[in-house]
Design a protein around this ligand. Structure first.
Ligand code: AMP
Length: 468
């Protein structure tokens, strides 16, 4: 867990530095100062601005990351105490968590004395909750079951709700609250803002987000440093390319993501690696969406083994199973470091983060240390190992049809194993987007698959197929 060890900046009596950059009103800044919050934590810095702007947010964050204030501050700001209606709702898996959230909301909310926050949890009588609701409440913090009780008894209405927060969404799902959450959401207006906070993102959490959120901004702040190996090589900028090649040659590290600080650098490095026979590609904001999607699809498909990216382009991308992250220099913003390295580690296995650091990274190193992240000392570059190979493992077929054409993975698998005569184990990952599909196929049979698919039909129709 990356938590600031201490919150520096801001004089003892002054306003907190970091928070004033988030465009918060002075009375709230004074409360934060009084609470001793001097700098926003990474999840706060990233989640507060989009939430204040009314955007949906999906955040990966754990207890201790400052997540409660990350949604609590915008929640308090977006509620109008003059309007007597429930405008904010936080759903939590347990009573304990509800109590923690209420405590934090009340302490942050003291700059708005007329704003009422109520806990609605099981295990206590309904009567007093009902009376409090009748007197008027602006924000409700609830467990799903008890909330449904009140909805059924009509002691609570959610038709004026503005902001819905699903806190610890993964735990709510684990505890079997999926349907209860859906019933609660059904009682809220379509035009609400929905924030989802979760320590983990699995398919069930993604499904929840896809069902109840609209174009959410994704925020990734909490990173477990334990179990993640970090390695540092001190190299001068002039020697960095050679050092990168040496690092890659020392050990089979793929799939690898290499991070650079500029677009030009990603292009140059991807070119360098390709020149050395490696299946590398780059990802940056200057490439159009189709090219970026393709780069990511090929990387997921093992057609590319090394993806060289900028922080901005990699943000929000969900790529699992990255074995190694290599930093060509440190990012200026410390939270980018934790985003980068948080991408490594396959199920169960520890990830590895290798940083090639030079004297120009001194400031970035200090900024990281202020965030409680310390890097290990520099070690010598490895010697080349035999049989290290970063060539493509699979090839990727691009089919110009997708969900809009009602195409499903089974259709493609069927066409490849039927029409094209491939064995099921020669077909890898199948990814279907709105209008395109990407299929990983074994390199030895890729040409055959291409020809057969072009000649044949998929779901009784002909689509364009390319090897990309
Ligand atoms: P949470 O992740 O919401 O459970 O918060 C963890 C703890 O950090 C709580 O006790 C908060 O009061 C505290 N906290 C939250 N944000 C900050 C901040 N920006 N600076 C210092 N402490 C904070």
């Amino acid at each position: 867990m990356v938590m600031p060890k201490e919150h520096k900046g801001g004089e003892e009596t002054g306003l907190p530095n970091g928070f004033s950059a988030l465009a918060l009103p002075d009375p709230l800044l004074r409360v934060l100062s009084a609470l001793g919050y001097r700098e926003p934590t990474p999840v706060q810095r990233q989640a507060i601005p989009p939430m204040l702007a009314g955007r949906d947010v999906i955040a990966r964050s754990e207890t201790g990351s400052g997540k409660t204030a990350a949604f609590g501050i915008p929640l308090l700001e977006r509620v109008d105490p003059a309007l007597s209606a429930v405008q904010g709702l936080v759903l939590c898996p347990t009573r304990d968590l509800c109590n923690q959230v209420i405590t934090e909301l009340r302490s942050l909310g003291r700059y708005r004395p007329n704003l009422r926050v109520l806990g609605v949890t099981g295990g206590v009588p309904l009567g007093p909750q009902r009376q409090a609701l009748e007197r008027g409440v602006h924000i409700v913090v609830a467990t799903p079951g008890r909330l449904l009780d009140h909805l059924a008894r009509e002691s609570l209405r959610l038709d004026a709700l503005r902001v819905l927060v699903l806190d610890e969404a993964d735990r709510m799902l684990d505890m079997g609250f999926r349907d209860a959450v859906a019933s609660v959401v059904a009682a809220t207006p379509e035009q609400r803002q929905t924030a989802l906070f979760s320590a983990t993102f699995d398919d069930a959490v993604r499904e929840l987000s896809a069902t109840f959120q609209r174009d959410p901004v994704s925020v990734e702040a909490a990173v477990e440093l334990h179990g993640l190996r970090q390695r540092v090589h001190q190299v001068s900028p002039a020697r960095r390319d050679d050092a990168l090649l040496a690092v890659l040659a020392g050990e089979q590290l793929d799939p690898v993501m290499v991070f650079c600080n500029t677009r030009e650098e990603t292009e140059r490095i991807a070119g360098l690696l390709q020149d050395h026979g490696m299946a590398a590609d780059c990802l940056h904001g200057g490439r159009d969406q189709a090219a970026r999607d393709l780069a990511v699809a090929r990387f997921r498909n093992a057609s590319t083994r090394i993806l060289v990216a900028t922080d901005v382009a990699a943000r929000g991308l969900d790529i699992d199973g990255i074995a190694t992250v290599i930093n060509l220099g440190l990012p200026e913003q410390p939270e980018f470091y934790t985003h980068r390295i948080g991408r490594t580690g396959r199920a169960g296995a520890a990830g590895l983060a290798i940083s090639l650091v030079g004297e120009q990274d001194g400031q970035a190193l200090l900024a990281l240390e202020r965030q409680g992240v310390s890097l290990p000392g520099s070690v010598p570059l490895p010697k080349a190992a035999p049989d290290v190979d970063y060539g493509a493992r699979m090839q990727t077929l691009l089919i110009s049809a997708g969900r809009k054409d009602k195409l499903r993975p089974g259709d493609l698998l069927g066409a490849l194993t039927g029409e094209a005569g491939l064995q099921a184990d020669q077909v890898g990952r199948i990814e279907i987007t709105a209008s395109r599909s990407y299929v990983a196929v074994n390199g030895q049979v890729a040409k055959r698959a291409l020809v057969r698919l072009r000649e044949g039909r998929i779901k009784n129709r002909r689509f364009r197929v390319h090897l990309v």
